[in-house]
Design a protein around this ligand. Sequence first.
Ligand SMILES: NC(=O)c1ccc[n+]([C@@H]2O[C@H](COP(=O)([O-])OP(=O)(O)OC[C@H]3O[C@@H](n4cnc5c(N)ncnc54)[C@H](OP(=O)(O)O)[C@@H]3O)[C@@H](O)[C@H]2O)c1
Length: 305
Amino acid sequence: MILLLGSSGYVGKKFAELLDCRNVPWMTLNRRLSSVSAREALSYLRDQNVSFLINCAGYTGKPNVDACELDKGNCLDGNAVLPALIRDACRELSIDWGHVSSGCIYALERPGGGGWREDDAPNFSFRQPPCSFYSGTKALGEEVLGWAERDAGGEWPKWEHESDPEGYVWRLRIPFNELDGPRNYLSKLQRYDNLLQARNSLSQLDDFVNACWECVEKKLPYGIYNVTNPGSVKTSDVVELILKYAVNNKNYKFFDSEEEFMAKAAKTPRSNCVLDTTKLQDAGISMRPVEEALEWSLKNWKRES
Ligand SMILES: NC(=O)c1ccc[n+]([C@@H]2O[C@H](COP(=O)([O-])OP(=O)(O)OC[C@H]3O[C@@H](n4cnc5c(N)ncnc54)[C@H](OP(=O)(O)O)[C@@H]3O)[C@@H](O)[C@H]2O)c1
C-alpha cells in the first residue's frame, strides 16, 4: 500500500492517476487525520500496511510564489515542518519515502557553466540569499530531511546527507503538460500580460511522475534526483512553440529587464535556473528532451472549457 500525501493537489493528482493506471493500491490522509495527535496517526498507519510514502503535500502559493510572502507561517509549515514530521513518522514505522522538492532553490547556472547538480548547495535559499520565502522553505525542507551544506574547500559548497538517505528527494521544476489550467506553465505564459525572459529547466508533469515512480520500481539508490526534462529553454523559445502550434496567437510582450519585472509585477525574486539531469539518466531513467516534451504538449493541447 502506497501512502500518498497531498493527493488533492496539482502534483498529487498526477501521482494518483499513475498509481490507478498501474493498479497500485494507495491511500491518503486528509488534513483532519494528519493533524490528530502524532501517536494516534502512527497507530492508525501501523495497521494500514504502508510500504512506501509519497509526499506531494506542500505550500506553493497561489496564483504564484508571491502569495507565500503574505502567508509565511503556512508556507514554513507545509514545506519545512511537515517534511520533518513525515521523516520522523516514517523512521518510527520503517517506511521509506519519496519527497517532492523543487529546483527553485537555485538561481541561474552552475559557476563555470552548465546545470546545477544534486550535490551542489542551493544558491537561492535562506543560507545563500537573496531568495523568495517559498524557495527558502523548500531548501529548508531538504535540510530537515538530512541534507546540509558542507565546505568543499574553495569550490562551490556541497549539499551532502548527514548519513545514508532514507528516501528520495525528487526535484520538480516549472511543471507543464497538455492540459490547459491555472497551474500549467504553458497556460500561465498565455495569461500573463508581460513575460520575463529567462532560461529554465522544466518538468513535463506526466514525465515527472513516471520517472519518480520508476525510481521506486527500479529501487534506485536513495538520494536527491533532479527530475526535469533534459535541456533548458528560454521563455521566448516556448512562446515561439506556442505560436508554431497556433495554441494562442496573441501578441506576447516581454519586460525589458528583470528590474522592470520586479518593480511592476513581482513581490519577490524568481529563481530561474538550469538543472543538470545526468544523475537520473546515468541511473537508467530517461525523460524526453524538454523541446520534444513541449512540442508534444502543445500539439496535443486541450483548452480548459
Ligand atoms: N506546482 C509547481 O509549480 C511546483 C514546482 C516545483 C515543486 N513543487 C512542489 O510540489 C509539491 C506539490 O505542489 P502542488 O503544485 O501540487 O501544490 P498544490 O496544488 O497547492 O497542492 C498541495 C497539496 O498539499 C496539501 N498541503 C498543503 N499544506 C499542507 C499541510 N501543512 N499539511 C498537509 N497537507 C498540506 C494540500 O492539501 P489541501 O488540499 O488540504 O490544501 C494539497 O493536497 C509542493 O511541495 C511544491 O513545493 C510544485
